[in-house]
Design a binder for this molecule. Structure first.
Ligand code: DAH
Length: 340
């Protein structure tokens, strides 16, 4: 009998209940009138008189233990049920909220604006070969942009077609034109790399959005109107643009586009160096040689292209004056832009 009491003591101690039902099961098993402990009390009558004192004490201890356990099972299952039954999953957690990176916000806005004009999004690889980054885009063999000082070459096993980190997203134009029959109307966002000393105005990596429209009879006027629409959507309806003649190997004619200064609205300030204008992108009519390189007949098709830095647009839009802030991951800076 002493052994059976010890065993029951062990069982009772180890018993765990998840809910009120299991606590009740415990009561029925051990403490009810037909439970194991009552049965032992019944048997107690048959215990030899010289053992009665010792066994009686043990039995009483067992009963008290069981009652205490039942009490604790009941209170625990009650409190667990009340929390799981009433948890408010939407209550504020108290943890600080994240926000989108400003470059992501602006990237999305640029793609949205061109999306409204029917431009779809394409992407290309960051590790690019010489053909797609330079040759197909009409860069002459000795062009300085190919120089080791500007380009991060990563594999020159084939000197005629070395691999490098792309220096601009214009490479994606080539990749898409090679495999698509016009009309092509696309914007191509992505990260680009240049071997530059890091400063407030330059970084060894940054982001661009490239644009391309190739079809029959696409004109310079189409380009101008597209870029005016973009500028006014991005910087406000009173924004003016101006195009200055420039040179890029892959466009002819080429231009750089300025917008009226977003800070002083043309009156003259530090950002626009008192000129009233700030440059935001390069553009031009796709050079016929580029179309031919991609297997497109320049006598049938024409097109325009443009390329802009996302950092530059973001700096103008939000008045940020140091490029390095975008990659330092300081949440005091990043948290100011909101945007979920
Ligand atoms: N790829 C040029 C750069 O990285 C930007 C550019 C200029 C892109 C003119 C174009 C363009 O498509 O037509 O500086």
């Amino acid at each position: 009998m002493k052994d059976r009491i010890e065993t029951l003591l062990g069982e009772i101690e180890a018993f765990a209940a998840q809910n009120a039902e299991q606590a009740e099961q415990f009561r029925l098993n051990y403490l009810s009138r037909k439970g194991k402990i009552s049965t032992l009390f019944e048997e107690f009558k048959t215990v030899a008189p010289d053992m009665k004192r010792e066994v009686g004490q043990l039995l009483n201890r067992l009963k008290t233990k069981a009652e205490e356990k039942l009490e604790s099972l009941r209170t625990r299952s009650e409190s667990e049920e009340s929390t799981s039954g009433h948890t408010d999953w939407f209550a504020p957690s108290g943890a600080p909220q994240g926000s989108r990176h400003p470059l992501q916000l602006v990237r999305r806005e640029i793609l949205d604006i061109f999306g409204r004009l029917g431009f779809t999004v394409e992407e290309g690889p960051e590790v690019e070969d010489d053909w797609h980054n330079f040759s197909a885009l009409n860069f002459p063999e000795e062009h300085p942009a190919r120089d080791m000082q500007d380009t991060f070459f990563i594999d020159v096993t084939d000197p005629k077609n070395p691999h490098a980190l792309r220096t601009h997203t214009s490479s994606v134009q080539v990749r898409i034109l090679e495999k698509t029959k016009p009309p092509v109307r696309i914007v191509m966002p992505g990260r680009v790399y240049r071997n530059e000393a890091i400063s407030a105005r330059a970084h060894c990596f940054f982001h661009q959005v490239e644009g391309l429209y190739v079809d029959k009879a696409v004109s310079f006027a189409d380009m101008k109107q597209t870029l005016l629409y973009f500028s006014r959507e991005m910087f406000g309806a009173d924004t003016q643009i101006r195009l200055r003649p420039s040179y890029f190997p892959f466009t002819e004619p080429s231009a750089e586009m300025d917008i009226s200064c977003t800070i002083c609205h043309g009156k003259g300030c530090n950002v626009c160096k008192h000129s009233g204008w700030v440059e935001i992108l390069g553009c031009g009519m796709v050079d016929p040689a580029v179309l031919s390189n991609c297997g497109i007949d320049p006598n049938v098709y024409s097109g325009f292209a443009f390329g802009m830095g996302i950092e530059r647009i973001t700096m103008l839009k939000y008045g940020v004056n140091d490029l390095r802030l975008f990659s330092e991951n300081d949440v005091r800076f990043l948290g100011q832009f909101g945007g979920g």
